[in-house]
Design a protein around this ligand. Structure first.
Ligand SMILES: Cc1cc2nc3c(=O)[nH]c(=O)nc-3n(C[C@H](O)[C@H](O)[C@H](O)COP(=O)(O)OP(=O)(O)OC[C@H]3O[C@@H](n4cnc5c(N)ncnc54)[C@H](O)[C@@H]3O)c2cc1C
Length: 460
């Protein structure tokens, strides 16, 4: 059993700590703030509840009073629309309550919590960490085999970040409204964008994302005046009539970045301490939970199968770098849709090529008519992948259009099916050929996925 110390009890730290305890390690978690503490990132993308189920923490959204998002007002690249989001799975949460529940889950999984506690210094001695901690009961020293840094944007010691080219700042404030709280709103303006989030506690969080130079141009010395002035430009005057700010408004950096040393001997960076994505996707928490789950398998491999350390480290670095790139492409494509409406210094430099339209979705008809073949760029090679507890090398299917290498689809190992992809047959016949290995319905689903992602095509 290895001794593991996790610094930071946000979603990344708590999920990682709980998973490491579940894998049989002795885990301490050090959190400097008393909980519940406020945190931005209150809109959770639809993938979060499923990932939490995988982490054994599926109860957390409900236990923390999350609200489902039923619609979003979107005023982005054209006339404003009210998008129906019922059943899509998005949530709004009070992050104070949500993070506290996740931390409680980690403690129930066997993690020992030091809170409020602060890391004072680290020393690497003979391959182990010596950590000096100012804890709730005074100063103490912990020795650990492994250290996970999950300190969020504050980064912590030794952060070496590559920031996106264009800096973005967010100005935000929480409001008590005298009237009804509006639903979530996403609005583009000439110099940035606005995100309005109704919270389960009844407050309305207003966030403006802009170039830092934009803030300096705004009148008024204090942040509250600037915020009000800027919100007026996003049509918030009526909503905020008679509203009172709860606490001080804040300004925070919202620029995406990737740390250059996300994993190394005896250490890993998790969540925003490793990678921050553009907030326009509202999926920072999803990315942090997903990364923490993968990070735990990588850490477990470093600790228990040192012979596979290089494989695990390369896997984690590649995964984070691909995530960063994919989000950057998506965000710049999303900004592109506004750049024509508001050509100017915020949108034009941030806009990238448009996001390509997904191919028409293949169904039973496409599978039963016409001969299928594998796309010429499809390849099968041995690559690092995650199994339940370790990073292992497995035959994996790659294609430039895939989000990344694919080892399993619908719970089935894909490479063996690709290797026996028959020639001159339609989809139904291929699924039938595979039926000694997978049920026909699963085979059909895999073929449809390949067709929809460019891995297979119809013979012209
Ligand atoms: C303006 C803005 C808006 C955003 N909106 C969204 C959104 O709508 N949806 C979304 O999903 N994401 C959003 N995000 C991103 C989201 O907030 C983060 O991705 C997420 O909180 C990262 O989780 P984490 O666990 O890595 O870090 P955090 O949630 O930041 O947690 C880090 C923890 O570490 C603790 N800590 C820090 N330093 C130390 C130390 N030295 N010792 C001990 N403890 C320490 C902190 O107290 C904190 O509890 C937004 C980000 C920004 C900047």
């Amino acid at each position: 059993m290895a001794r593991v110390v996790v610094i930071g009890g946000g979603p990344a730290g708590s999920v990682f700590a709980a998973r490491m305890a579940g894998l049989g390690h002795s885990v301490h978690l050090i959190e400097r703030a008393e909980f519940p503490r406020p945190r931005l990132g209150e809109s959770l993308s639809p993938g979060v509840p499923d990932l939490l189920k995988v982490a054994g923490a599926g109860h957390v959204p409900q236990a923390s009073g999350a609200n489902p998002v039923s619609s979003v007002l979107i005023d982005w690249d054209g006339p404003a629309i009210l998008r129906d989001m019922r059943g899509a799975g998005g949530l709004t949460v009070n992050r104070g309550a949500f993070d506290a529940e996740l931390l409680r889950h980690a403690c129930e999984a066997g993690v020992e919590l030091l809170q409020p506690a602060r890391l004072m210094s680290t020393q690497r001695v003979s391959g182990r960490w010596k950590l000096r901690i100012a804890g709730p009961e005074g100063d103490m020293t912990l020795t650990a085999d492994f250290m996970a840094i999950a300190t969020g944007r504050s980064g912590g010691r030794g952060a070496k970040r590559l920031y996106a080219q264009h800096k973005t700042i967010s100005l935000y404030g929480y409001w008590d409204l005298p009237g009804a709280v509006p639903g979530p709103q996403l609005r583009a303006g000439p110099d940035g964008w606005f995100w309005g989030v109704p919270l389960p506690c009844g407050l309305y969080n207003t966030l403006i994302f802009a170039d830092p130079s934009e803030l300096r141009k705004r009148p008024g010395r204090d942040t509250a005046n600037r915020l009000r002035h800027m919100l007026s430009g996003y049509g918030q005057d009526d909503t905020l009539q008679g509203a009172r700010l709860r606490g001080q408004p804040g300004a925070t950096d919202a620029t995406p970045y990737l740390d250059t040393e996300v994993i190394g001997p005896g250490m890993i960076r998790l969540g925003d301490a490793a990678l921050a994505i553009d907030p326009v996707s509202s999926s920072g928490v999803q990315k942090s939970v997903q990364g923490a789950l993968a990070g735990a398998i990588c850490a477990n491999t470093l600790l228990r199968r040192p012979q596979d350390a290089a494989l695990a480290m390369a896997f984690y670095r590649d995964t984070l770098s691909r995530t960063s790139q994919r989000h950057e492409e998506w965000a710049s494509g999303y900004y592109h849709t506004v750049a024509e409406r508001f050509p100017g210094s915020f949108w034009t430099p941030r806009a990238g090529p448009p996001v390509p339209e997904p191919p028409p979705v293949a169904g039973a008809r496409e599978l039963s008519t016409g001969i299928l073949r594998l796309a010429p760029e499809l390849d099968v090679t041995d690559k690092a992948t995650l199994d339940a507890e370790y990073v292992v090398s497995r035959p994996t299917v790659t294609h430039p259009a895939f989000d990344g290498p694919v080892t399993y689809l619908s719970g089935v190992e894909l490479a063996p099916l690709i290797r026996r992809f028959p020639g001159n047959k339609n989809g139904l016949q291929i699924a039938d050929d595979w039926s000694d290995a997978v049920p026909v319905r699963t085979g059909m689903a895999i073929l449809a996925w390949l067709l929809n992602h460019g891995g297979a095509e119809h013979v012209p």
